[in-house]
Design a protein around this ligand. Structure first.
Ligand SMILES: *Cc1c(COP(=O)(O)O)cnc(C)c1O
Length: 495
């Protein structure tokens, strides 16, 4: 199957080549030339492993024995064979995406991506002569999920860059304690956008690429700019739909709305791809935090990143340059030229305005709202009080947005699925204080992140996830803190 750059139709690669490449050579993102045919009704009968295998095979038909790869990737690592279970909570259905080894939704793609990359190396004949060096910028969760997924995978190196002081304490601890001969991580003095643009710059630096090439090294990405990271995220929209069917909540063909806590626009774009494939997806709700560049965009058609990044209690959404929006602009405009022009203007002037035609198409499928930290905290408290269910701060942003949408659109009676993107134990302080605030015994969180885990466990009667409890006894292996200008040397030293 052919993939091409969102900015240039003539920049064409096979699926395995696109997975290895990460970013398109012209700075665009790889996208399929034609959407593959997919039998939605048949897929809805499959268990999660077969479902994921069917989806991945549709997009990457070159890769053989997908089902075996998918079982190896998930079954030993997830705490339920459902992989992504759903739970009815009050007015909504919560889609729990945190049952993997690092407790964020990133695990769903990053458990399988190493297998897809190994197969791609083999299929393109690159496995004998070269190694991959994967560079990844993280707003907190991708870093750990990638490190866990790629630890000690032969032929692959991984370097993770995260914003210094810009991730939650538990997220940082998860990364800096990860063991693996082939792994590096460093904090960047700057925010996520600095880390992401630093990585993109390295991909596009031809001389740097050539130097690495002399050592037999190719660069790739584990961010959702990589099509191999994006496609595996389609599966859970189908899984949620199956669950609503089997609970008798909907009939086959009924539309379902999804609300997605959003940063880099990868997770929600996978939902849009599910809709394109024919899953009856109604409206997709883009939930932002106070970094509401996307909410403004969906309301006005103007994407304007000329603003300060705010640090919030949902750090994985502290992003101003939402990379995957580029893929949506391409899919809706069906024009590489138009997409390239928007991206050029964003790069040079810091903003762009989409055409009226494109804006209309955005409105057909999307709605967007943003949530302040205070509103997220109230949502955590209210949902705990009313339904004895704990939301992490990212999911709380989704919950709040879904509530606002329902108030604004009382005529829309379609069921709502809220994607829960992380375990509460990754953000124990915020969750503990918010959930207990309105009870008879408000809890003050300890300043020690491990004590916070115990406090949250005692408060909620949920057990501390095993891989987080374990970190307590692990040494910190990745102490580096560098300037963005030092990223190139950092990668060179490790290549
Ligand atoms: C990455 C992340 C998000 C945002 O997902 P995008 O695909 O970047 O939009 C939301 N919540 C959590 C917990 C995350 O880790």
């Amino acid at each position: 199957m052919i993939y091409h750059s969102t900015r240039d139709h003539s920049c064409r690669l096979s699926g395995p080549e696109a997975i290895l490449q990460g970013l398109a050579p012209d700075g665009g993102l790889m996208i399929f030339e034609t959407l593959p045919a997919f039998d939605v009704k048949e897929a809805l009968k499959l268990d999660p492993i077969r479902l994921q295998a069917a989806l991945l095979s549709a997009f990457f038909p070159e890769i053989p024995e997908m089902e075996a790869l998918v079982s190896k990737a998930y079954l030993p690592k997830f705490d339920t064979p459902e992989i992504t279970p759903t739970v009815p909570v009050g007015p909504f259905t919560v889609l729990e995406l945190f049952h993997g080894p690092t407790y964020a939704f990133k695990d769903i793609a990053l458990c399988i991506l190493p297998y897809l990359m190994r197969e791609s190396l083999r299929l393109t004949g690159k496995d004998a002569s070269s190694r991959l060096h994967i560079l990844t910028a993280t707003s907190g969760d991708t870093g750990k999920a990638a490190m866990a997924g790629f630890a000690n995978v032969p032929g692959i190196l991984l370097t993770v860059f995260y914003p210094h002081g810009g991730v939650a304490p538990m997220q940082r601890l998860q990364m800096v304690t990860q063991q693996g001969e082939n792994l590096s991580a460093s904090a960047i003095i700057g925010d996520f956008d600095d880390a992401q643009s630093g990585v993109k710059k390295l991909f596009m630096d031809q001389r740097f690429g050539e130097k690495l090439g002399e050592r037999g090294i190719h660069l790739s990405s584990a961010n959702s700019i990589n099509i191999g990271r994006l496609i595996p995220q389609i599966m859970y929209y189908f899984k949620a739909y199956q669950d609503l069917l089997s609970r008798g909540h909907i009939h086959m063909g009924d539309e379902v709305n999804f609300c997605v806590p959003t940063g880099n626009f990868g997770d929600i774009l996978a939902g849009y791809l599910a809709k394109l494939l024919g899953l009856p997806v109604g409206r997709l709700l883009v939930a932002s935090n106070q970094n509401n560049v996307l909410t403004d965009f969906f309301h006005t058609g103007i994407y304007d990143r000329r603003r300060e990044l705010v640090k919030t209690t949902s750090p994985s959404m502290d992003i101003l340059i939402s990379s995957n929006l580029e893929r949506l602009l391409y899919l809706l405009s069906e024009s590489c030229g138009e997409t390239a022009a928007y991206m050029k203007q964003l790069q040079e002037e810091g903003f762009y305005r989409v055409s009226d035609q494109l804006k209309e198409k955005l409105d057909e499928s999307f709605w967007s709202g943003f949530t302040t930290d205070e509103e997220a905290a109230s949502a955590i408290g209210e949902v705990y009080q009313s339904h004895q269910y704990l939301l992490d701060p990212h999911t709380a942003a989704g919950w709040h947005a879904a509530k606002v949408y329902q108030k604004e659109h009382p005529e829309d009676a379609r069921p709502m699925v809220v994607l829960s993107t992380a375990s509460v134990f990754k953000f124990p302080k915020v969750v503990l204080e918010a959930a207990s605030a309105k009870t008879a015994d408000p809890v003050t969180a300890s300043s020690d992140p491990f004590e916070q885990l115990d406090q949250l466990s005692a408060f909620s009667s949920l057990s501390v996830p095993a891989n987080l409890a374990l970190i307590r006894s692990l040494p910190e292996l990745h102490p580096a803190v560098i300037e963005p200008s030092e990223m190139k040397a950092f990668v060179m030293e490790r290549s």
